[in-house]
Design a binder for this molecule. Structure first.
Ligand code: ZN
Length: 228
């Protein structure tokens, strides 16, 4: 790689369910030409295309086995050579463990690349629980409400249609949301440490306005694009 050539961003975006990771990843795709690579999508595409790694993955899946990290990395390495991802990628679903993160570093190094940054979309757990757990919708027209942030004018009556049957998703119960966040933190903490130790970690407050979060993420992606 020439000294002046800019490195392609290889971004790891970490965030718990409800942090808006999907929305922000789509915005980074639109604004920066990054392509989000989900492990599941890449696997399916490689199997369908019948590449060497795809055939290896298919053989494992056919007997109900788990596709090894080695196969996933082979598929990712192939994917990174394709024309549409030359502006950079956001990795989604891989790595999930420090062992995978180390293997990813080795694979990228073999191709003269590296992880250019990991961004943790940080949330305030208690605020996240009340944000999600307070949501409800009108069963008749689907209008969305929130106990604290957007209550109905008359309790139990939809402002939009006058309907009186309000629905709450079982997944949105406070205990369920809290348990999801706890599982996320337990799984992700080692990865966050891994990238922090390598000075690759940035943190973004994901509790802010959606546009402000995008701006913060965009600034970090721009920095990754600067020549090393
Ligand atoms: Zn309604």
């Amino acid at each position: 790689m020439r000294a002046q050539e800019k490195a392609r961003p290889v971004l790891i975006l970490l965030g718990p369910p409800g942090a808006g990771k999907g929305t922000q990843a789509r915005r980074l795709e639109e604004r920066h030409g990054l392509v989000q690579l989900s492990t599941g999508d890449m696997l399916r595409a490689a199997v369908a295309a019948g590449t060497e790694a795809g055939r290896a993955a298919k053989a494992v899946m056919e007997v109900g086995g788990l596709v090894s990290d080695e196969i996933v990395l082979d598929i990712l390495a192939d994917r990174l050579t394709e024309a549409d991802v030359q502006e950079g990628v956001i990795l989604d679903g891989f790595p999930r463990t420090t062992v995978q993160a180390e293997a990813l570093d080795v694979m990228l190094a073999e191709h003269g690349e590296r992880v250019t940054g990991a961004i943790s979309m940080d949330v305030d757990d208690a605020a996240m629980v009340s944000r999600i757990a307070g949501r409800f919708t009108c069963g008749a027209c689907g209008e969305g409400y929130h106990d604290s942030f957007k209550p109905t004018v008359v309790e139990g009556v939809c402002d939009a249609c006058g309907g009186t049957e309000m629905k709450r998703r079982a997944d949105d119960k406070a205990e369920t949301v809290a348990a999801r966040l706890e599982a996320y933190h337990a799984q992700t903490a080692p990865l966050i440490d891994y990238y922090a130790e390598r000075r690759l970690l940035d943190r973004v407050d994901a509790m802010g306005e959606i546009d402000a979060v995008t701006a913060a993420l965009s600034a970090k992606v721009e920095r990754m694009r600067e020549p090393a």
